[in-house]
Design a protein around this ligand. Sequence first.
Ligand code: UDX
Length: 438
Amino acid sequence: MNVAVIGTGYVGLVTGACFSEFGVQVVCVDKDADKIAALRRGQMPIYEPGLEDLVGRNVREGRLSFSSDTAEAVQNALVVFIAVGTPAAVDGSTDLTFIEAVAREIGRCFDGYKVVVTKSTVPVGTGKKVRRWIQEELDIKGSSARFSVASNPEFLREGAAIGDFMRPDRVVIGTDEGDEQALAIMKDLYRPLFLNETPFVIANVATAELSKYAANAFLATKISFINEMSILCERVGGDVQGVARAMGLDKRIGSKFLHAGPGYGGSCFPKDTLSAAHFARELGVDFEIVEATIRANKRQRDHVTQKIRAALGGSVAGKTISFLGLSFKPETDDVRDSPAIEIARNLVEDGATIRAFDPQAMAEAGEVIPQLVLCKDAYEACEGGDALVIATEWNQFRMLDLPRVKEKLAEALMIDLRNIYRADALTAAGFEYVSVGR
Ligand code: UDX
């Protein structure tokens, strides 16, 4: 089977590489010729564990290629995935400009049957629009070509995306009711996972589109819930990790996504919660839980920033802060909507000097906050710091050489926004220790 994946961002590239690993013939397409040239040289546009090897192997074995020629890739493919960006507009709605452009381009360049699948996260109803845009282009050229529209949302976590694709909790496929041909083709494409006994959710297009928002909004709600709980814990002398454990052992709740911290970030949760709230409002439905989740997330970022100010005596002006972790979570260089970045920016605006280190996201962070003093490792970042802030829980920050950190810092104060240390251990090492909800 031949597959074209339009858009070689995070989702498109992982999807294309993983399908080629299944043995399918894949062309990944992007308008950005420089990006395609770099990919052809084996250079990845993002840091994702295992991706470079996966791409390299499948290119060498002739199953994966890169192109800027959408028309040729679409003509040769039976299944065309749309995996372009769907940025949030200022009002929280989803900007479908790129999806429309690609759908129309697809419509202009095929004449045989295709299944056009939306992989990008798109508001409910986008499948119908994609169908209309393609049909309009076919009508203009007087073509009677047939096509199906499907939705196959991704549930890939950055840093674990390849594992999530190869061993997913579930695969969701949405097709028009009665469209047996499209469903059979999609099932065939995912046959390796069917054989693996991966659960499949077969639904109509709207259900598939909604399921992505439902999952992400629910996970974001779990995080905001435990973050609000952490504030309660701080008031009454409770320990949020104990509360999370007690909750999580209830099998109906589950222990995942109950880590209190500086709030969720990244390219998905902030955008998807805003978008869900927005399209619900447009449909005349109040999605109140998600609205509250969004507000609580904003408040949590302010709350932990305030915690840093308080630990430093009420103001950070003129202070030096050693700052570890800039990406929105470990194992990625992605700083999009990273709580670490927002907190660092607030501290810079308050007049602090930030000596920062992140294992992967230094260049990206330096672009968005040029005032950061970028250090070569955690210990260099600690030099002369009035406090050490741990903002992202990279593994290498979990076992810092505490005597060395203490020697480098001007003040032995650690503000651990990810609760990766134990208070008693830090106190024993001579630190003043501040964490979240404990
Ligand atoms: C998410 C979804 O998990 C994935 O299924 C989806 O399709 C894309 O969005 P991702 O953004 O890569 O994936 O990161 P994820 O691991 O889900 O974490 C999101 C944010 O929540 C991070 O900022 C993380 O630090 C935060 N988080 C997560 C918490 O604050 N507490 C938790 O317990 C879990």
